[in-house]
Design a protein around this ligand. Structure first.
Ligand code: APR
Ligand code: PHB
Length: 391
C-alpha cells in the first residue's frame, strides 16, 4: 500500500517525536516510523538534564505541563576533586538554571501527546529503506505486520539515532564523519533511593570518575567510570555501592542511601559529528547526526535544538521561503560543534586517563584548581552547562 505525507520522520526517539509534534502544530502533516515497540523505546534509560532551550521547545510543542509539575529546577552543580566539593552557581553566574527531568518522561509525554492528537505512528516497522532523496520524489519503504508499505513524501527527517538507516543511506563521498572514542565506559545504576545531594555531583577521583544524578526526590541515578571490557554481570548492586562510596568524600559517602537497582547498564563514550546534515530532501537530526559523551548532559538538548532549527526551516518552506532549508545544516552544526567541544572538555577534565601519564594528570589538576579559583572560568563552564543560545 502507498500513502502520502509531507514529512516522513524515521525514528520515534525524542528527536522524531518532538519534530512530529512541532510540525503538526504548524499544520504540516507527518508520519513517524519506528523499528521498535513503544515499550522498548520507553525502556531505554538516558540522561535527565534539560537546558532552557529544550524546555522552551517542549513548551512550543505543547508537552511541558508535567515537566513543569514534576521536574526539578536546579540552580547549581558540584564538581568534586581531591575529596573536596566545589559548587558551580549556575544561576548566580548566568541567570539561568537547568531542569532535571528524565528523557524517558520527555519521551512518554511526547508519545501521549501524539496519541491524543491521533497523529500517525508506526511502531515495529521492519526493513525501513529510504529512496530518491536526491530527487523530487523521496519515498520510504517498510514492512509492517507482514505487509509491504510505501510512503511518498516531500521530505525525510532522519531522526533514527546513531545506528539508524538514514545516515547509512548517504553515499560515502557525500558525507564527512568525525569521531573520537574514549577508552572507558559509564556503568549506570538507577534506584528508588533519595539522591545523596539536592544537586548533581561530578566527581574526579583517583579510582575514576563518578556522577551522582537523580530523576526525582525519591529516584537516583549514579554512574561510575569503568573499563570498556567490563560487564554489568560483574557488578552486584553491593559492589557498585561500595565502589561509589570509595569515590565520594567520606562525609558524602556516609549520607548515601543505597537500595536495590531498578536498572544497571554500561555505555561507551563517544564524540561523533557527521557533516553536512542535508542531502537533497533528507535531513539528519539528533543522534543520527552526532553523539556527545554524556559528561555535559548535552545529547537530548542538542537533539532539541536540531529539531528546533529543522522545524523552523520546514515551516518557512511551506510558507513559501525555501532559504531556511539551505541554512539548516550550517545553523545546526554551529551549535553542535560548540556542544561537542564542551562535552569533550568536561570528559577530559573529570575522568582518569592513565595513558596520559603524570603530565596529563598534572594538567587536569591545574585546570581544576584554576577553575575553582576563577570566576571567569566558572562562568564559562556554567554558560555552556546551562546551554548556549540558539542563534
Ligand atoms: N527504522 C526506524 N527506526 C529506527 C531505525 C530504522 N532503521 N533505526 C533506529 N530507529 C529508531 C530507534 O529504535 C530509536 O527509537 O530511531 C530512534 C532514535 O532514537 P534515539 O536513539 O533516542 O535518538 P534521538 O531521538 O536523536 O534522541 C537523542 O537520545 O540517545 C539519546 O543522548 C541522546 O539524549 C539524546 C537523545
Ligand atoms: C543522568 O541523570 O543520567 C545524567 C545527568 C547528567 C549527566 C549525564 C547523565 O551529565
Amino acid at each position: 500500500m502507498s500513502r502520502k505525507t509531507q514529512v516522513a520522520i524515521i525514528g520515534a526517539g525524542p528527536s522524531g517525536l518532538l519534530l512530529g509534534q512541532l510540525l503538526a502544530r504548524n499544520g504540516i502533516d507527518n508520519i513517524v516510523l519506528e523499528q521498535r515497540s513503544a515499550e522498548y523505546v520507553l525502556g531505554r534509560i538516558r540522561a535527565g538534564v534539560l537546558e532552557q532551550v529544550a524546555v522552551d521547545m517542549l513548551e512550543q510543542a505543547g508537552v511541558a505541563e508535567r515537566m513543569h509539575r514534576e521536574g526539578l529546577p536546579h540552580d547549581g552543580i558540584e564538581l568534586c576533586f581531591n575529596d573536596q566539593r566545589h559548587r558551580i552557581d549556575l544561576h548566580g553566574l548566568t541567570g539561568k538554571r537547568v531542569m532535571v527531568y528524565g528523557q524517558t518522561e520527555v519521551t512518554r509525554d511526547l508519545m501521549d501527546a501524539r496519541r491524543a492528537a491521533a497523529l500517525p505512528t508506526v511502531y515495529e516497522a521492519e526493513n525501513v529503506r529510504i529512496e530518491g532523496f536526491d530527487t523530487a520524489r523521496p519515498r520510504v519503504h517498510y514492512e509492517h505486520g507482514g505487509r509491504r508499505e510505501t510512503i511518498e513524501c516531500d521530505f525525510i527527517a532522519g531522526c533514527d539515532g546513531f545506528h539508524g538507516v538514514c545516515r547509512a543511506s548517504v553515499p560515502a563521498g557525500a558525507i564527512t564523519q568525525h569521531e573520537k572514542v574514549y577508552p572507558f565506559g559509564w556503568l549506570g545504576l538507577l534506584s528508588d533511593t533519595p539522591p545523596v545531594n539536592p544537586e548533581l555531583i561530578y566527581v574526579n577521583h583517583e579510582r575514576g570518575f563518578a556522577l551522582c544524578s537523580q530523576r526525582s526526590l525519591t529516584r537516583s541515578r549514579y554512574y561510575l567510570q569503568c573499563s570498556l571490557d567490563d560487564k554489568v554481570e560483574n557488578w552486584s548492586d553491593e559492589a557498585f555501592w561500595q565502589e561509589l562510596r570509595r569515590r565520594l568524600p567520606a562525609a558524602t559517602a556516609a549520607e548515601l542511601v543505597t537500595g536495590p537497582s531498578l536498572e544497571k547498564s554500561i555505555a561507551p563514550l563517544r564524540s561523533f559529528v557527521a557533516e553536512p546534515l542535508r542531502f537533497g530532501s533528507l535531513f539528519l537530526a539528533g543522534d543520527a547526526a552526532h553523539i556527545v559523551p554524556p559528561t555535559g548532559a548535552k545529547g537530548l538538548n542538542l537533539a532539541a535544538s536540531d529539531v528546533g532549527y529543522l522545524w523552523q526551516a520546514l515551516t518557512d518552506h511551506y510558507r513559501g521561503d525555501a532559504k531556511g532549508l539551505d541554512h539548516y545544516s550550517q545553523r545546526a552544526l554551529a551549535r553542535i560543534w560548540k556542544a561537542e567541544r564542551f562535552s569533550w572538555s568536561m570528559t577530559m577534565l573529570m575522568h582518569k586517563f592513565p595513558e596520559n601519564g603524570s603530565f596529563g594528570a598534572r594538567m587536569q589538576q591545574a585546570e581544576l584548581e584554576y577553575l575553582f579559583s576563577s570566576q571567569a572560568a566558572m562562568t564559562a563552564l556554567a554558560e555552556n552547562y546551562v546551554g548556549l543560545p540558539m542563534a
